[in-house]
Design a protein around this ligand. Structure first.
Ligand SMILES: Nc1ncnc2c1ncn2[C@@H]1O[C@H](COP(=O)(O)OP(=O)(O)OP(=O)(O)O)[C@@H](O)[C@H]1O
Length: 310
C-alpha cells in the first residue's frame, strides 16, 4: 500500500497541497478528480518523490520513502502530463532509450519492449518516427515508457488531455486492461468526471489543495442522496421565464444552456405542476422533464458551488 500522510506543499505563491491524506492498495484504480489548479500534479510530484513535501510523508508498506527514494521508484511508474519523448526516434527506439536509462537488464528489456508495445497498441508502428504520430499515439507511448519496469503502481496525470475521442477511448481501455490483466494499481487524475466514474473504484475529490470528499462512487454520490437533478427542455424560452425560474426558492444549482435547463431539487418535491403553470404563463412549451441520477459533477458543484470545468 502507498499512503500520503498530511502531505503538504507550499510555494512562495501559497499552499498548493494542504495536509492531504490518502492511500492506494494493490490492484485498485483510484481516481483523483479536481479542476485545474486543485493540486493534483503537485501531489503526484511529491508522491513520486520528484519534489520534497513541505510537511508530511509518503509511505510504502508503512515505511517512509522520502529518505530512500529507490524503494518507491522500483514499484512505481509515473505518466507525466507533458509528453516526454524523442520525436526523431521510433516508438521502439524510445522504449529502448528509456529502458536503458532506467538500467533495465538487456534481455529483460527486449521482452518488456515487445510486451509494452502490444499493451499500448503500437506494435505495428515500427517504422514511423514519433514526430509523425498523432497526439493520441504520443500519449500512448508516454504511458508505455512508464510501464517498462513492470510497476505494481502507476500514477497517470491527466493522460487524455487534448486528444481525440477515439484515442481517449483507447487509453481508457488500456488502463482497464492493465489493471485487470496485470493487477497494476493505478492512481488516475483527471478533471473529466466521466473518465473517473468509468474507471475508478474509489475516488478522492480535490479542490484548492484539499481533499473535499472521498469514498466509493456510491458513497460520494450519497452526499446528494437528499436531492434529485432535473433536466428540462423547453421551446420559446424567454428572460422573463428564466427570471421567474431563478426566483423559485426550492430550486438550487440552476444552469441554463439555451433551451436546456438543469437544476437540483429536494427528493420527494413534485415541481412539475408549478413548472407547467410557469410555462403556460410565459408561453413556453415544455418539451421534456427528466429526473437524473446525480453525477460526480453534481457532487462537486454541491460541495464547492462551482463546476469542475469552466
Ligand atoms: N513550481 C511551482 N511554483 C509555484 N506555484 C506552483 C508550482 N507548481 C504548482 N503551483 C501552483 O500550485 C497550485 C496547484 O497546481 P497543480 O499543477 O498541482 O494543480 P492541478 O490540479 O494539477 O492542475 P492542472 O490540472 O492544471 O495541472 C496552482 O495554484 C499552481 O499555480
Amino acid at each position: 500500500m502507498i499512503e500520503a500522510v498530511n502531505l503538504t506543499k507550499s510555494f512562495k505563491s501559497g499552499v498548493a497541497v494542504d495536509h492531504i491524506n490518502f492511500y492506494i492498495e494493490p490492484g485498485e484504480i483510484v481516481g483523483m478528480l479536481g479542476p485545474n489548479g486543485a493540486g493534483k500534479s503537485t501531489t503526484i510530484a511529491m508522491l513520486s518523490t520528484l519534489i520534497p513535501p513541505t510537511e508530511g510523508d509518503v509511505l510504502l508498506h508503512q515505511k517512509s520513502v522520502l529518505k530512500d527514494q529507490n524503494l518507491l521508484r522500483k514499484v512505481l511508474g509515473v505518466v507525466p502530463q507533458e509528453i516526454a519523448l524523442y520525436g526523431d526516434l521510433t516508438a521502439k527506439e524510445n522504449l529502448f532509450f528509456f529502458g536503458n536509462l532506467y538500467k533495465i537488464p538487456k534481455k529483460q528489456l527486449n521482452e518488456r519492449v515487445e510486451i509494452v508495445l502490444e499493451q499500448i497498441g503500437l506494435e505495428n508502428e515500427t517504422k514511423k518516427l514519433v514526430k509523425h504520430y498523432s497526439g493520441g499515439m504520443k500519449r500512448r507511448l508516454n504511458i508505455g515508457v512508464a510501464l517498462l519496469h513492470e510497476p505494481q503502481y502507476l500514477i497517470m496525470d491527466e493522460p487524455t488531455v487534448g486528444i481525440d475521442p477515439q484515442s481517449r477511448n483507447h487509453i481508457l481501455e488500456t488502463v482497464k486492461k492493465l489493471n485487470e490483466q496485470s493487477n497494476t494499481a493505478i492512481i488516475y487524475t483527471s478533471h473529466y468526471m466521466e473518465e473517473v466514474e468509468y474507471l475508478c473504484n474509489r475516488i478522492y475529490i480535490m479542490d484548492q489543495g484539499r481533499i473535499i470528499a472521498s469514498g466509493s462512487k456510491d458513497e460520494i454520490k450519497a452526499i446528494l442522496s437528499s436531492e434529485n437533478t432535473v433536466v428540462v427542455k423547453v421551446n420559446n424560452n424567454s428572460n422573463a421565464f428564466m427570471n421567474e425560474l431563478f426566483n423559485q426558492p426550492i430550486l438550487t444549482n440552476i444552469k441554463a444552456d439555451e433551451d436546456k435547463i438543469n437544476f437540483t431539487i429536494a427528493k420527494g418535491v413534485n415541481f412539475l405542476p408549478n413548472l407547467l403553470s410557469l410555462c403556460e404563463r410565459h408561453n413556453v412549451l415544455l418539451k421534456s422533464f427528466q429526473m437524473e441520477e446525480p453525477t460526480l459533477e453534481d457532487v462537486f458543484l454541491h460541495l464547492t458551488g462551482r463546476a469542475l470545468r469552466n
